[in-house]
Ligand binder design. Structure first.
Ligand SMILES: NC(=O)c1ccc[n+]([C@@H]2O[C@H](COP(=O)([O-])OP(=O)(O)OC[C@H]3O[C@@H](n4cnc5c(N)ncnc54)[C@H](O)[C@@H]3O)[C@@H](O)[C@H]2O)c1
Ligand SMILES: O=c1ccn([C@@H]2O[C@H](COP(=O)(O)OP(=O)(O)O[C@H]3O[C@H](CO)[C@@H](O)[C@H](O)[C@H]3O)[C@@H](O)[C@H]2O)c(=O)[nH]1
Length: 353
């Protein structure tokens, strides 16, 4: 039985994708996650079926699209570690660019013409000025950002040629966890600042490395714009709804417009958790711009998007609550072994909008 509110979510078992699935379901959509579980978790797929598969396996993508006939696709699946992309660029171009091309071609062949793409502020490189608007020139300084810029261009070219309607959402730094505690960030390896700082506060790691204290910023450490993952999830539902109403294809920055240095993140974590965070200053990490802060007024004006948890304290508090449950996230090792490609149970769920 087909469900006419089905949305394909690549990377739906991952951090931001799983939060988007929850938001989609709440908005009356049925999210079907397509994920190879390279970094995602089966336990994080709670609001619709999981179809295991790899973006690099185009036949599998086509099979899943044919089976579910989604009204659109939210495309999160990618490798997303800035530092790793500098030392292993081939891995990033293959997964992010070739993988996305496979998806676009499978969508075209199967007649799916609506796409929301996970892009990033890493496409801007070192911005000429702050805050960053959608018109800020884009010269990525790491391969990860370059792969995302390539995909944005591919998508833009597919628009007029093949009738693809798309919105690229350029997120700044995703952080925090579902305020209801159902899902949260759980990467292995974890490289993101806030969960690493929480680990140090919890005594799970001896200290945190501050990657460079000699940047041209007020306290010498890198400045980022941290945006709550639930606010990102909400923006995806709005973007999908807008595309379905015929908004023109384009791109939106998603951030709070507030920059926090690495040192400020450390002190916020100390305040919120009430625990000290041991740290040491180490070398700069290649590929890191000094400061990235958004101007997201376009998304506010055109999508009606308004972040509900803009305060860094709230972002850290929800991340800490999830972190404290920590062990409560079922380990992948403990789950029942799953048969690759088993599901394809087309839309077993009924959606009450
Ligand atoms: N985390 C951030 O701060 C941030 C900021 C800007 C943009 N983004 C983008 O948002 C998206 C999601 O990021 P995230 O932090 O949730 O990452 P994540 O690693 O938690 O999620 C990505 C998911 O995609 C899956 N995946 C990767 N390659 C795949 C493939 N070839 N086939 C099938 N599944 C595959 C992984 O298993 C994982 O579940 C990414 O595209 C990332 O580039 C993230
Ligand atoms: O142990 C650490 C880890 C990070 N940092 C710094 O903290 C900041 C944030 O780093 P991190 O949390 O690793 O995020 P980013 O490297 O900014 O990358 C994230 O945010 C990007 C948008 O800025 C997304 O595109 C990426 O996918 C996502 O991984 C950077 O200045 C890092 O140099 C440290 O000082 N020590």
């Amino acid at each position: 039985m087909m469900n006419d509110r089905t949305v394909l979510v690549t990377g739906g078992a991952g951090y931001i994708g799983s939060h988007a699935c929850k938001a989609l379901r709440r908005a009356g959509y049925l999210p079907v996650s397509f994920d190879n579980l390279a970094y995602g978790h089966e336990w994080a797929v709670k609001w619709g079926p999981l179809e295991r598969g790899d973006l690099l396996d185009k036949a599998r993508l086509s099979e899943v699209i044919r089976a579910y006939r989604p009204l659109g696709v939210l495309h999160f699946a990618a490798f997303a570690y800035v530092g790793e992309s500098v030392v292993e660029p081939a891995k990033y171009y293959r997964n992010n660019v070739v993988g996305s091309l496979n998806l676009l071609e499978a969508m075209r062949e199967e007649g799916v013409g609506t796409l929301v793409f996970s892009s990033t502020c890493a496409t801007y490189g070192i911005p000429a000025g702050l805050p960053i608007t959608e018109d800020t020139p884009r010269h990525p300084i790491n391969p990860y950002g370059a792969t995302k810029l390539h995909v944005e261009r591919m998508i833009a070219d597919f628009g007029p040629a093949y009738g693809l309607a798309s919105l690229s959402l350029r997120y700044f730094n995703a952080a925090g966890a579902d305020p209801e505690g159902e899902i949260g960030e759980d990467h292995d390896p974890e490289t993101h600042l806030i969960p690493l700082v929480l680990d140090a506060a919890a005594g799970r790691r001896p200290d945190v490395s501050v990657f460079g204290a000699d940047y041209d910023t007020p306290d010498g450490t890198c400045v980022r714009d941290y945006i709550h993952v639930t606010d990102l999830a909400d923006a995806h539902v709005r973007a999908l709804d807008a595309l379905r109403k015929g908004v023109p294809s384009g791109a939106y920055n998603l951030g709070n417009g507030l920059g926090f240095s690495v040192r400020e993140v450390l002190s916020t974590v100390e305040r919120v958790t009430g625990r000290p965070v041991p740290f040491r200053v180490s070398e700069r990490r290649p590929g890191d711009p000094a400061a990235l802060v958004s101007d997201a007024s376009k998304a506010r004006a055109e999508l009606g998007w308004e972040p509900q948890m803009p305060a860094l304290d709230d972002i850290v508090r929800t991340a800490w609550a999830w972190h404290q449950r920590g062990a409560s996230a079922p380990s992948d090792a403990g789950r029942a072994p799953s048969v690759p490609h088993a599901p394809l149970l087309v839309n077993p769920l009924r959606i009450e909008a």
